[in-house]
Design a protein around this ligand. Structure first.
Ligand SMILES: *Cc1c(COP(=O)(O)O)cnc(C)c1O
Length: 412
C-alpha cells in the first residue's frame, strides 16, 4: 500500500476564475496556499522592512511602501473578481493584480497620473465631487485640461472625446457609471470604442456597482477604480482605494506612482477589506433587492417628486443598465415633494436610517448632497442620496415612510 503524499502548497487546488462564479470567487480568492496546519486566512503582516541584500529581484519584498504581503491577497482577489467576464467572453483570465491605495482618492490620483502633461480629460459633469475638485485643481496648475459632459448623452461624450476645432482628441475619458449622486448610466462599451479610436485611455470609477454588478474591463476599459471604503470593505470601518487593469505596463505605472507618492494602505485596513470582501455577494444581493423594493414604493409615494434608480423600468438609465450590468446597485436618488427644506426635514426625521455621508456599508444611510458647497451646482438642491443597506426592508420602509410623512405634511 502506498501512503498518499501530503498536500504541498504548490499542489493546492486553488479555484481558478474560470471554474467558479463571482459569488464563490469573493469567498475563495486570495487564500494562502493549502497546507496541513496552515492558516485558512492570510495573516496581518506588520513589518516595514524585509531582509534582503544585493540587487533586488523582481517581486522581492524590500520595504513596506514598495510592496508587502499585507496587500497581496486582497489585490489578487479583487483582480480575479474584476476579470471574471473575460472568462465568459473567452478573453484573458490572468493579468496583473489590483493595486491597493490609502483611499479611493489616492487611487483616483494615481489613475490621473496616466494623463500626459497638458492632456485633455473628458469627465462626467456629475461624478464623485472630490474627483471633480482634484481635476479642477490639476487644471488650474496647468497639468491637464478638463471638459465636463453629460455622460448619459453618448453623442455629446463622443464629440468631446474627439475634440472640436483646435482641440486635440482627449487623452483620457473618465467614466463613472452609475454616477454619484445622479445615477446616470453611461454606455460604457460605446464610449470606450470612441475613446480608443482617438487613442484615449478609459478609466471607470465603478464604486457604485462593485465587480459583482459591472465589470468595466470586460466592456473594454483600461483601468477600473474603486473606493474600497464603500461596498468592497462594506462595514464603514476603513478608508481604502484600488485600481485594476489588464495592461501590465499601466499596472507598473500605477504601482510606481504609489511607491513614489506614498499613499499606501495600512496592513490592518487591507485585512479588514479582504474580510469584508468575503460577504460581498450576500451584502450586495440583499442591499440591491432592498433598493429595488424601496425604489418601487417611493416612486408611488405622494410625498416624492422624483426617484432616480436604474432598476425602475421608467428610469432614463434603465435599458442601458439592464444591458451592461448584472443588477442595478443599491443607491437611490430621491427628491421629496417640497424642495430642499423637505429634504433636510426628511434627513432629520429618520430614526433607523443614519444621516451620514459615504455609502456601501451594511447600514442604510442618507444625505442631502448639496449640503456640501463642493457638490456640482447642477445636482438639484433637494436631491437626497440613499445608500440602502442590508436591514429588513419592511423596517427600512416604515422608517422612510414615517419620515416622509413628517417632512412632507401634505403627503400624510
Ligand atoms: C467615496 C467615493 C470616492 C472616494 O473614495 P474615498 O475612499 O473616500 O477616498 C470615489 N468615487 C466614488 C464614486 C465614491 O463614492
Amino acid at each position: 500500500m502506498t501512503t498518499p503524499a501530503p498536500a504541498s502548497p504548490d499542489q493546492s487546488p486553488a479555484p481558478h476564475a474560470s471554474d467558479v462564479s463571482p459569488r464563490t470567487l469573493a469567498v475563495s480568492a486570495g487564500r494562502p496556499p493549502r497546507a496541513p496546519g496552515g492558516a485558512l486566512n492570510p495573516p496581518v503582516v506588520l513589518t516595514s522592512t524585509f531582509v534582503s541584500q544585493g540587487a533586488p529581484t523582481a517581486g522581492e519584498h524590500l520595504y513596506g511602501r514598495i510592496g508587502t504581503p499585507a496587500w497581496e491577497p486582497f489585490e489578487e482577489a479583487l483582480a480575479a473578481l474584476e476579470r471574471i467576464d473575460h472568462v465568459a467572453t473567452g478573453r484573458r483570465t490572468d493579468g496583473p493584480p489590483a493595486t491597493v491605495f490609502a483611499s479611493g482618492m489616492a487611487a483616483i490620483d494615481a489613475a490621473l497620473s496616466l494623463v500626459p502633461l497638458g492632456g485633455r480629460v473628458v469627465v462626467p459633469r456629475h461624478a464623485y465631487q472630490v474627483t471633480l475638485v482634484l481635476l479642477r485643481e490639476q487644471a488650474e496648475r496647468g497639468l491637464l485640461r478638463v471638459d465636463a459632459v453629460d455622460v448619459a448623452d453618448t453623442d455629446a461624450v463622443v464629440a468631446a472625446v474627439r475634440g472640436t476645432g483646435d482641440d486635440a482628441p482627449a487623452a483620457l475619458l473618465w467614466l463613472e457609471s452609475p454616477t454619484n449622486p445622479m445615477l446616470e448610466v453611461a454606455d460604457v462599451a460605446a464610449l470606450v470604442a470612441a475613446a480608443h479610436d482617438v487613442g484615449a485611455l478609459v478609466v471607470v470609477d465603478s464604486t457604485f456597482a462593485t465587480p459583482l454588478v459591472q465589470r468595466p474591463l470586460a466592456l473594454g476599459a483600461d483601468v477600473v477604480v474603486h473606493s474600497v471604503t464603500k461596498y468592497l470593505a462594506g462595514h464603514s470601518d476603513v478608508v481604502l482605494g484600488a485600481t485594476v487593469t489588464d495592461d501590465p505596463a499601466l499596472h507598473a505605472r500605477l504601482v510606481a506612482h504609489r511607491t513614489t507618492h506614498g499613499a499606501i494602505a495600512g496592513p490592518f485596513e487591507v485585512w479588514l477589506a479582504l474580510r469584508g470582501l468575503r460577504t460581498l455577494a450576500l451584502r450586495v444581493e440583499r442591499a440591491q433587492a432592498n433598493a429595488g423594493e424601496l425604489a418601487r414604493r417611493l416612486a408611488a409615494h405622494p410625498g416624492v417628486a422624483e426617484v432616480r434608480y436604474p432598476g425602475l423600468p421608467g428610469d432614463p438609465g434603465h435599458a442601458r443598465a439592464a444591458a451592461q450590468m448584472d443588477g442595478f446597485g443599491a443607491i437611490i436618488g430621491l427628491r421629496p415633494a417640497g424642495g430642499a427644506a423637505a429634504a433636510d426635514a426628511l434627513v432629520a426625521a429618520v430614526a433607523l436610517w443614519v444621516p451620514a455621508t459615504s455609502l456601501g456599508g451594511v447600514e442604510s444611510t442618507l444625505e442631502r448632497r448639496r449640503r456640501f458647497a463642493t457638490e456640482s451646482p447642477t445636482v438639484p438642491e433637494d436631491l437626497v442620496r440613499l445608500s440602502v443597506g442590508v436591514e429588513d426592508v419592511e423596517d427600512l420602509w416604515r422608517d422612510l415612510d414615517a419620515a416622509l410623512a413628517a417632512a412632507v405634511p401634505s403627503a400624510g
